[in-house]
Ligand binder design. Structure first.
Ligand SMILES: [Zn+2]
Length: 369
């Protein structure tokens, strides 16, 4: 097989000693929503999580060729998610606008809907939810440094590995997400590319994400890191995120959680309940495949994206339908796969809930509301 390989060394420090902390089994590409005629040709690849004993980076060593992950069936658009659009509006207002004046160049890398590329030196470079997707991430960061003006700022957001651990959020793990960052591991990674982090804050995206600011590292540029940076780093060290133990414990909790969710859903189904899924995010693919929840348990998954409707969830082949189903059929339970928007969705579906439909939240604790 040429479209898959497993790294034996760390993608950050290259010479690291990788320790496997979780094995999610064989997984299909999480965003490859299928047509029925594609079922036979569907491929699955190993998906594991490893800890580097050298630089403390948590990573997926299983690399699937990007042409497989991001092919024409790829079904993810930032613009269809209302909370995501609001998040990036605030991001621009709070983080970017204060740093630039009218004629400054701002470059957004991997902006998903519309990438702006330029060869001038940029006052601000942003890259949100991008770093985790890059296999040779240090090389990518060297490119950022090359493009950045000497007094420029590189701002990026990544999902925070402590959030993954705290909620046992294994559904965030899929082949597109090659790294899971702590501020501790990021500091070392950016340093390897000649960049220096001077600020970090926690923002409510995908649970909790890190918004990080960095500049070119050089002797005369001693900005001094902010208190917020030091506070987050201290919290990580208290949690032992520079050691293997919390990640190994995470792996054990994931296995236990799989059994709890599966037993709950199987029992409800045995009792005659009608259960559907809500939202068809990539993390839903990981959750359903890892827990073995297919069409015999979930009648369907509703999703607002026209790219996914009429298709099937990778691996488990649960059909994806439009939200109009919510008005027409009797639904006893809804498994909320887009749990990161739980507040927004529970409010939006108040009518459904008032009519007696219960929502099952798989994270942070499995709960029924
Ligand atoms: Zn390493």
């Amino acid at each position: 097989v040429t479209d898959y390989h497993r790294r034996t060394t760390c993608r950050c420090c290259k010479n690291g000693d990788l320790t496997q902390v979780l094995d999610l089994g064989l997984m299909p590409p999480a965003n490859a929503f299928l047509k029925r005629e594609d079922f036979d040709a569907e491929k699955r690849y190993p998906l594991t999580l490893a800890y580097c004993r050298d630089c403390a980076l948590i990573q997926v060593p299983d690399v699937v060729d990007p042409s497989v992950l991001f092919n024409s069936a790829y079904a993810y658009e930032t613009g269809v998610s209302v909370p995501m659009v609001e998040h990036f509006k605030r991001y621009a207002e709070e983080a970017v606008f204060p740093l630039v004046s009218k004629d400054d160049l701002v470059v957004d890398i991997g902006g998903n809907d519309g990438t702006l590329l330029s060869f001038g030196h940029a006052k601000v470079i942003t890259a949100n939810n991008v770093l985790a997707h890059v296999d040779d991430v240090v090389d990518f960061l060297r490119g950022v440094r090359h493009l950045l003006a000497d007094d420029g700022t590189f701002i990026f957001e990544v999902h925070w590995v402590k959030d993954l651990l705290d909620r046992t959020g294994y559904d965030q793990i899929y082949h597109e997400h090659l790294c899971y960052f702590s501020l501790y591991s990021l500091t070392r990674m950016l340093d390897a590319a000649g960049l220096e982090i001077f600020d970090a804050e926690i923002v409510p995206m995908h649970g909790r994400s890190l918004r990080v600011k960095a500049c070119k590292s050089r002797v005369e540029c001693v900005k001094g890191a902010t208190q917020s940076y030091h506070d987050i780093l201290a919290a990580e060290l208290v949690a032992g995120l520079d050691k293997a133990d919390p990640y190994i414990a995470f792996g054990h909790r994931v296995e236990a959680k799989r059994h709890v969710l599966r037993d709950l859903l199987y029992d409800l189904k045995d009792g005659g309940a009608v259960i559907i899924g809500y939202g068809a995010p990539a993390k839903g693919t990981t959750l359903l495949n890892y827990c073995g929840i297919g069409p015999e348990t979930l009648d369907c998954v509703v999703d607002t994206s026209p790219l996914k409707q009429g298709r099937y969830v990778p691996g488990v082949h649960v059909p994806v339908v439009g939200p109009e189903l919510l008005d027409s059929d009797r639904i006893d339970y809804v498994l909320l796969l887009s749990w990161n928007y739980a507040d927004y969705i529970l409010e939006k579906e108040k009518e459904l809930r008032d009519a007696g439909t219960k929502f099952i939240l798989p994270f942070p604790e499995i709960s029924v509301v």
